[in-house]
Design a protein around this ligand. Structure first.
Ligand code: G3I
Length: 376
């Protein structure tokens, strides 16, 4: 090859290499919520069985690109994971953990001790020694299996009444009020590195908040490791007020623990009477059509209201990001939300960030835009 051809070929190769590099640089992965909030807090979703089994590839891709934390919506509740004293069902929980590992996600175990969806054998126990044995086996087996794989557990769920007193459960009856410390300590012993949370709804109500604070302080006095409080966010368009949400985040963080917003969904349809909370055991009759006002489509005006509500609460979460470890949506899309069937069956609700076709709603853009605005 003469010199002239050699240099022309070299220039051509260099040009091609640069253009390839530019092309690569141009391939920008679309940012999901996990990227948008990566410097602020984890952003998660509760997954149902179909989502864990990755039945719908479109939705699986969406989950992987939007969220960096997952919580099993149901499959780790005692009735499902430990239905009989000597039977454990790990098949689907294992798949959840594998899905999280594949997508580099935090896993929140939900939940070890809960009076609801409770395996029947617990309810038959009346002797405290037996209860300790059975709980120890329950926690050792489940937490032990996922040691190093599950990052945090909702150790106890919904132990408080709305007035802040301890709920009457078989655990309280048989073991007394320090049963919370007992089960947290069992979990800590099995996996000293796993984070341990107390999780409940209506945690913004002043009397429940006072009860929760008293309960955590008591656990701390007993030397119990409590890493955080999970505030379930089963909220609606107007309640709880931003002031109560903020006060709760601040007061819980003052205990020296993390705050997670664990079950966020914002209902846009009426609650029967003045009922609040998220007690799954309370149900109402279907009532009249006024109780299901948007069976076909959410009017734009309400869509905007929902977007504004999400923006307001995320603004608050960003303001207190130093206290907040994680924000988890209770479900992925509106069609799958438990809020369609509670507290009245068969209604059409729109509480999440993705619509029934997995499309991004105004509410989604409203929270993403908070970060875009702050970059300007
Ligand atoms: O899987 C069965 C199905 O086989 C059966 O045909 C069908 C008939 O009713 O029931 C299905 O089980 C349902 C399950 O959800 C899965 O969809 C249960 O009846 C139903 O009670 C259960 O509801 C769950 C509820 O907890 C009770 O465990 C909701 O999905 C779940 O979103 C909800 O989550 C709770 C949190 O764990 C704690 N905080 C409150 C929150 C909302 O209630």
């Amino acid at each position: 090859m003469n010199k002239k051809y050699f240099y022309s070929a070299l220039v051509l190769i260099l040009l091609m290499a640069t253009s390839c590099q530019k092309k690569e640089e141009k391939i920008v992965k679309p940012e999901g919520l996990r990227d948008v909030f990566k410097d602020n807090f984890l952003i998660g979703a509760a997954l149902n069985v179909n989502q864990i089994l990755e039945k719908d590839s479109v939705q699986s891709a969406l989950i992987a690109s939007e969220f960096n934390s997952v919580t099993p919506e149901n499959v780790m509740k005692s009735m499902l994971i430990h239905p009989q004293k000597d039977t454990f069902n790990f098949e689907i929980p294992d798949k959840l953990v594998a899905l999280a590992e594949k997508n580099d996600m935090h896993v929140q175990g939900h939940t070890l001790v809960w009076h609801s969806q409770l395996s029947p054998f617990f309810k038959e126990i009346t002797d405290s020694t037996e209860m300790v044995e059975v709980l120890t086996n329950h926690i050792n087996t489940i937490v032990g299996r996922y040691k190093g794989k599950i990052d945090a557990w909702d150790v106890v769920n919904e132990a408080l009444n709305d007035d802040g007193t301890l709920r009457k459960t078989v655990f309280l009856d048989v073991l007394g009020e320090d049963y919370l410390s007992l089960v947290f300590k069992i979990a800590e012993k099995v996996d000293p590195n796993v984070e341990l949370y107390y999780n409940d709804y209506s945690m913004t109500n002043p009397s429940k908040r006072a009860g929760a604070i008293k309960m955590i302080k008591r656990m701390q006095e007993l030397g119990t490791k409590v890493n955080g409080i999970g505030m379930q966010g089963h909220w609606d368009l107007d309640t709880p007020s931003l002031e109560e949400i903020e006060k709760s985040i601040v007061d819980y963080a003052d205990l020296g623990i993390k705050v997670a917003i664990t079950e966020l969904d914002v209902s846009v349809i009426p609650m029967p009477w003045d009922f609040t909370g998220a007690d799954v055991n309370v149900k109402f009759e279907s009532g009249d059509a006024t109780m299901n006002p948007y069976p076909n489509k959410l009017p734009d005006s309400i869509q905007v209201k929902l977007a504004n509500r999400y923006a307001d609460i995320f603004k608050l979460f960003l303001k207190h990001q130093d206290k907040i470890s994680r924000v988890t949506l209770w479900g992925v899309n509106d069609g799958e939300s438990w809020k369609n069937d509670w507290p009245i069956n068969g209604r059409t609700n729109y509480p999440l960030l993705f619509d029934r076709n997995n499309g991004k709603k105004k509410a989604y853009y409203s929270i993403v835009n908070l970060k875009a605005d702050s970059k300007e």
